[in-house]
Structures are given as structure tokens and as C-alpha cells.
Design a protein around this ligand. Sequence first.
Ligand SMILES: [Zn+2]
Length: 230
Amino acid sequence: MLTLDQVKSKSAARLDGLHPVLLAVTNELIQRSYAKGVPILITQGMRTIAEQNALYAQGRSKPGPIVTNARGGTSYHNYGLAVDFALLLPDGNAVSWDINRDGEKDKTADWSEVVEEAKKLGFEWGGDWTSFKDYPHLQMTFGLSIDELRAGKHPSAQQINEVLSRLSGGDDKGNKDLKVTITLNGQKLTEGVVDEGITYVPVRILAEALGATVTYDPGSKTVDIVFLNK
Ligand SMILES: [Zn+2]
């Protein structure tokens, strides 16, 4: 029997570059699936646009089966907002993409058990898509379209907190260190998220409260903060 730490360590490298919220929620999913007797492996997380284009070419200009309908820049993976999973088999190395497998013999397909937990956490499942079913795929869009993400939009602190509140332990355990309230001269301004010592705060809210204006140039991916009176 694999320990939870062993299961988690298998996926650790694939979690690099994920949005901090996805990182927290994906770890939670690994944990919850494990608790149900279904160890999973995260096989894909953040994917660069070049990697996405290479994947899109597969089954089109390159050999192999078609595995995605998304060109570079058009997948939530490209923004660290999606993960793909597979079932991790008891030997701790082999994986299975068999959506009907029932490894722990509880008469419920392991795959469905994972998907059920993922949906409770707020993930959208690629297996629910009508045009192209992507069974390993889980994404969190925060209501943002790909165009909006491309233009540099981010999930709001409120949306982030909503997702984090679904994690086990609620406010008093796991995610306590993740949520912070930002005050300006003692007045509540907004909420932020702390991940590995870095505080993520909506820059526009903070900058405008400090008397600056904020513009974003998607071309150079630059946020410009301008103080008009200084
Ligand atoms: Zn995917």
C-alpha cells in the first residue's frame, strides 16, 4: 500500500508552475482520492504555448492520435489553470487511463470517484465536453475566457477564496496561511493569498487605493503603475 506522501511525491514535479490555487486544490484532490482508496498521478499541469503547439500537431501534422483540440495559448493548461490525471496503480509506477477500472472493488469506477471529488472542489471535467471528450482533464476557469486570460486577466481574490474555502479544514486548518486580508490605514481593502512566502494581491485594487492608475499591455505583458501627482 502506497503512503499518501509517496503518492504526492510522484506528482510533485508536474505541479510546478500551476496557479497557486490550482496547486492547493490539486494537492487536496490527490489527498481526497487517496482517502477513497484511489491513488492518482498528475500527468500534466502547466504547459507552455510551445508544448501546447507540439501536442496540437500530434495526429495532425505529426504521427499519433489526436489528444487535444487546443492550439498553443488556447488551453487552460497554458495559464496554469488545468491538470490531467491518471490512476496510479498499486506498484506506484504504472498508471491506468481505464475509466472503468475498479481497483479497490467498491463497485464504483475509480475514475468517477476522482471526478466526483474534483467537481466538489470546483473543477470542470473534460469528460463532460460534448465536442471532444478529454477524460483526464480537469480545469478551473474562474469564469475567465481564454481571451481574457491572454489579455492578462486573473481570478479575483474573492473567487480564489471561494475555491480555497472548499478545502478540508475550512478556515481553521490547511488554507489558513493562504488567505490574508489586506488593510490600508486600518481599512479593509481586499483579500490576498499567500503561497510559499509570496503574497498575491490584486495589483489594481492596491495601486488605485494608493492613488495610482494601472494599465496593462498584453503585447509586452507589462503592468504599468503610474502615480499622477508625484
Ligand atoms: Zn488537460
